[in-house]
Design a protein around this ligand. Structure first.
Ligand code: GRG
Length: 310
């Protein structure tokens, strides 16, 4: 351990991510196997939920469960549920009535591959499956903590709905047509906190809850994850600018090209970078009271989000 931050320099984040992502992928695959529904619905759901996402939210659930002393296996149902909500939101986000994207993760988006009706319903069904999965998995094991599962379902539902992702998306869409909203920093922050950070936060909180974390621990996990979620977006905006100028405007970042509000646009690139640094420091500070070894994955994850180059 380096004695400044109490963090192992030998910790291998890539290995930790890929090992846990593999476990999550297998569990998601199982949850999406044997669905009793028309093949079009089952296929479009599987295509969208198993289609090569990085599985950051589920790995975060597992890391937060382990942070508070829980076993990784206890976090698997909520980890899968967080990814299912995320997948549902991406399917709907790509639809013609939203962002109208033909590509997702380098492949045809769900509506491009299966048609609009199927995509709308695949999103609906993935969202419903998220909650069914947690409820079902938590009621079928001896010694399962139903109280924790109920708290996790409430947390995830709050993050997906009117207090989270859906609200963020409505605000984002409104800002596209309303110049005054799109130019205000508070408006931009509202969009990212709700649209992106809230689900990252819920994934982390659910992990800590099912891991048996106490109220204080869960709150520190919440603040850590909210900051990392926002950090992800600030860094994304900064990278969009660097990528754009590197490529001399050849293929400008989508948001920049569309003239959307971004952190560098509203505060300048240097201040946006400084803000990212602040968010990283604040996120890491929330981990200070935890066991250094258990917190190592989360420290490395926050730094990875901050320092990634694409
Ligand atoms: C169905 C819950 C629900 C909501 C509908 C369409 C909509 C309302 C919300 C859109 C939410 C959205 C697209 C947020 C952006 C999230 C984001 C940062 C995506 C990129 O996340 P990564 O990098 O993606 O984790 P991968 O591909 O790795 O999964």
């Amino acid at each position: 351990y380096d004695d400044v931050n109490g963090i192992s320099s030998s910790f291998d984040l890539e290995r930790y991510m890929s090992r846990n992502a593999e476990t999550v992928h297998a569990a998601l695959d199982a949850a999406l196997t044997g669905l009793e529904c028309p093949a079009l619905l089952a296929d479009s759901m599987r295509y969208s939920a198993l289609g090569g996402g990085k599985l950051v939210r589920p790995v975060l659930s597992i890391a937060c469960c382990e942070l508070v002393g829980g076993r990784a296996a206890a976090a698997l149902p909520v980890a899968c549920a967080a990814e299912l909500v995320h997948a549902a939101s991406l399917v709907h986000d790509d639809m013609p009535c939203m962002d109208d994207d033909a590509l997702r993760r380098g492949k045809p988006s769900c509506h491009a591959a299966f048609g609009e009706h199927a995509a709308l319903l695949a999103g609906d069904a993935l969202l419903a499956l998220a909650f069914e999965h947690v409820a079902r998995e938590s009621s079928c094991h001896v010694g399962a903590h139903a109280d924790r599962a109920i708290r996790a379902v409430a947390e995830l539902a709050a993050a997906a709905g009117a207090g989270g992702v859906a609200a963020g998306q409505v605000a984002d869409k409104a800002s596209e047509c309303d110049v005054t909203v799109s130019l205000r920093l508070a408006g931009l922050e509202y969009i990212h906190v709700h649209k992106t950070a809230r689900l990252v936060e819920a994934a982390a909180v659910c992990g800590a809850v099912v891991g048996g974390g106490g109220p204080g621990e869960v709150e520190r996990v919440r603040r850590y994850a909210r900051r990392v979620g926002l950090l992800f977006q600030v860094v994304d905006d900064v990278l969009d600018v660097t990528r754009t100028s590197e490529q001399l405007g050849k293929t400008a970042g989508k948001d920049v090209a569309a003239g959307k509000a971004t952190y560098p646009r509203l505060m300048g690139i240097d201040k946006a970078r400084a803000y990212a640094g602040e968010l990283l420091a604040l996120a890491e500070a929330e981990l200070d009271g935890f066991d250094a070894q258990r917190a190592a994955p989360l420290r490395h994850l926050a730094r990875f989000v901050a320092y990634r180059e694409h």
